[in-house]
Write a protein that binds this ligand. Structure first.
Ligand SMILES: Nc1ncnc2c1ncn2[C@@H]1O[C@H](COP(=O)(O)OP(=O)(O)O)[C@@H](O)[C@H]1O
Ligand SMILES: [Mg+2]
Length: 241
């Protein structure tokens, strides 16, 4: 089953006098259950690609299908529905409501789902616990450190229980231990069947993924299936003999 399919997708910013091609004729199929890392230099189009796959941005040319459904011609309400239910984002700069509590932020995806308070609390605790920050449940976000805010943002993305998770440099504000914890959480969710697409500059972070896309100047310049970490170290070992 296909999670995301981009056919001849281009994204051009600006007008005919002054245009910038952020994505240049992208063809890409990501199947359900894949764990994909997107790497590439700054300005190569990684964030634009993620935003388009998550219905956060419109395309100039081509077609994008999410779970087999074309996004062409969808009304705002239908796009909001996809953003609320089918995909979830871990943003680079958290995008949290800083004057609200961690609980309020993490349960935001439940607002339109008529969930009981008890279920909201249970799920909030579950995902905060997964990230090792359950004790922050009642804290106001504005009082948290950068690393804690990042983990709340991740808990919120997980709480929506969408089948596709997009993360744009999610480990940027975390130390290496917390970064590994997060990637392990994403790897576990991938094992449970979630489709995950992560943008990263960090080759260690990318090594958790099973497929690596490299971008340059709005194009995908390589598309590699990766072995697991264990297979890679075995290969290195054999190579040194
Ligand atoms: N809203 C925008 N308006 C104009 N240009 C943009 C906009 N967003 C991104 N760009 C440009 O598109 C290109 C790709 O940007 P981006 O997708 O953010 O790259 P990356 O995430 O790889 O750093 C860059 O040249 C950037 O300046
Ligand atoms: Mg970016």
């Amino acid at each position: 089953m296909t999670a995301i399919e981009l056919t001849h997708v281009s994204k051009i910013y600006g007008d005919s006098q002054n245009s910038l091609t952020a994505l240049d004729d992208i063809n890409l199929v990501i199947d359900k259950g894949e764990f994909v890392a997107v790497i590439g230099p700054s300005g190569s189009g990684k964030t634009t690609l993620l935003n388009i796959m998550g219905c956060m941005d419109t395309i100039t040319k081509g077609e994008c299908k999410i779970s087999g459904k074309s996004t062409i011609g969808l009304k705002d309400k239908q796009l909001v529905e996809i953003r609320n239910r089918v995909v979830s984002f871990i943003f680079q700069h958290y995008a949290l409501l800083t004057n609200y509590s961690v609980y309020d932020n993490v349960t935001l995806p439940f607002v339109e789902r008529n969930m009981s308070k008890r279920d909201c609390m249970e799920k909030a605790r579950h995902y905060l616990n997964k990230l090792g920050i359950e004790e922050l449940l009642h804290s106001k976000v504005k009082h948290l450190s950068g690393g804690q805010k990042q983990r709340v943002a991740i808990a919120r993305a997980l709480a929506s229980e969408a089948e596709i998770i997009f993360a744009d440099e999610p480990t940027g504000a975390l130390d290496s231990v917390n970064a590994d914890n997060l990637m392990q959480i994403l790897a576990d969710l991938n094992e449970e069947g979630k489709t995950i697409v992560v943008i990263t500059h960090d080759s260690h972070v990318a090594s958790y993924a099973k497929r690596k896309l490299a971008m340059k100047d709005g194009r995908i310049i390589s598309d590699e299936r990766l072995c697991s970490l264990i297979d890679e170290s075995e290969e290195r070992y054999t190579g040194n003999e």
